[in-house]
Design a protein around this ligand. Structure first.
Ligand code: KE4
Length: 427
């Protein structure tokens, strides 16, 4: 069965033919390849075409696809059961390991997706602070919870307005949108909503506008602004957790959030999310406290097996992060050289093994800069890379990911494809 035939069938029974919108290739044009197999840094579509994979399941596959320790761990668990709906040792080990690697997460609750983690974290923050408003940053994505599908109100109105049908205006009004890397916008919103903001939530390294690092000191300033306002600080590390460092972005920036959300890598490719933080906050969650949150498959044994094997391997091999940094730097260097040589209006943002090629002269430090990218040229670049056997995330506003399986030869091949594809896009 060819991808095209599968897509036609999919369109009849699945909204847009996909189970998550970005997969439909709408922003880059063409139709998505349907994948059939993955191993290491490569994936193969149903027609047997091979691609170097930079989606990596949107972050989880940091060890590469089909890592033997992860596969073996899942196989062992399969022999003793898939799901019990009762506590297991693996969940205790996962909570202990997350708390060890991310010390601000003193107590941890497992859920099944990043969206569940962030939805639950803001409910807890609202309960603990006794306040209803949430401050987020324009362009940051925290999953599809109603309070996050909110854009900045127009003009002076600092209250949010729905960014999707179905989000109640009354709820959207409780979400404020600041500008990433602009501490004055944060302070102004806290001032205009004094005593009303329960928490600020931020991607400490943004992945969802494309990769945008925080300016030096920005996150520390956000921490201080939250403290002055009596608001909690939530780091959404669903993407950056165990990606940009073993201790996540907070290990790099040295800022301690009150709550952190996790996902992706902690599931090793299976559906997992988690949130954790200060004991006095987390113990307000049922059944130890009154804040309700639950989940049939939370802490699922198979998902714990895959996640634990992944985190344990990363902990036992911290040199992986040096290798990811080296490979990421090599790819960035090659991209920058060709951009400079050709004087193209293109720039690169990278933090460790997550990066984005922006079809924009740069710098790209916030949504109003990212949103000015040339999306048509990005689509041509993406298509050209696909034709050269390199599968990049099908959106300008995503980060691409290297895994431990992306060796020097693969990086060289990618750099060559990038040079040719950018030339095609700029032509
Ligand atoms: P999920 O509910 O998709 O597991 O996680 C939501 C989420 C929360 N926070 C951050 C920082 C995230 O990046 C995400 C999800 N990331 C996107 C990719 N940018 C998932 C891809 C998709 O939507 O299909």
């Amino acid at each position: 069965m060819k991808s095209r035939d599968l897509f036609e069938r999919a369109l009849r029974r699945i909204p847009g033919g996909v189970n998550s919108p970005v997969r439909a290739f709408r922003s880059v044009g063409g139709e998505p390849p349907f994948l059939a197999r993955a191993k290491g840094a490569h994936v193969w579509d149903v027609e047997g075409r091979e691609y170097i994979d930079y989606i990596g399941s949107w972050g989880p596959m940091i060890l590469g696809h089909g890592h033997e320790e992860v596969v073996e761990a899942v196989r062992r668990q399969l022999d003793v059961g898939m799901s019990y709906g009762a506590p297991t040792e693996a969940e205790v080990e996962m909570a202990e390991l997350i708390a060890e690697l991310v010390p601000s997460a003193e107590v941890v609750r497992m859920v099944n997706s990043g969206t569940e983690a962030t939805m639950s974290a803001i409910r807890l923050a609202r309960a603990a602070a006794g306040r209803d408003k949430i401050l987020k940053f324009e362009g940051c994505y925290h999953g599809h919870g109603d309070s996050f599908l909110v854009k900045a109100g127009s003009g002076a109105a600092t209250l949010g307005v729905p960014d999707s049908p179905g989000v109640p205006a009354a709820l959207a009004a409780l979400t404020l949108n600041a500008r990433f890397n602009d501490i004055d916008s944060v302070r102004a919103l806290f001032e205009a909503n004094r005593g009303q903001v329960a928490a600020a939530i931020v991607e400490p390294v943004v992945g969802n506008m494309g990769c945008i690092p925080p300016k030096e000191g920005f996150l520390k300033q956000v921490r201080e602004a939250c403290d002055r306002a009596g608001a909690l600080l939530i780091f959404d590390e669903v993407m950056t957790g165990f990606r940009v460092a073993l201790g996540g972005a907070q290990a790099r920036c040295g800022v301690r959030p009150d709550l952190t959300t996790f996902g992706k890598i902690i599931g090793g490719g299976l559906p997992v999310g988690a949130y954790g933080g200060r004991r006095d906050l987390m113990e307000q969650l049922a059944p130890s406290g009154p804040v309700y949150q639950a989940g049939t498959l939370s802490g699922n044994p198979l998902a714990m097996a895959a996640g634990l094997a992944t985190l344990r391997h990363l902990k036992a091999h911290p040199e992986i992060y040096e290798q990811l940094e080296k490979r990421g730097a090599a790819l960035e260097k090659a991209a920058r050289a060709t951009i400079l040589q050709n004087d193209w209006p293109v720039c690169v943002n990278r933090v460790g093994s997550m990066a984005t090629i922006f079809l924009h002269p740069g710098p790209v430090r916030s949504w109003d800069e990212a949103s000015a990218c040339d999306r048509g040229r990005f689509a041509r670049y993406h298509r050209a890379m696909l034709e050269r056997g390199v599968l990049m995330p099908p959106s300008q506003f995503e980060a691409f990911f290297l895994s431990a399986a992306h060796d020097a030869e693969i990086i060289d091949k990618t750099a060559a494809a990038m040079r040719e594809s950018l030339a095609e896009a700029m032509g």
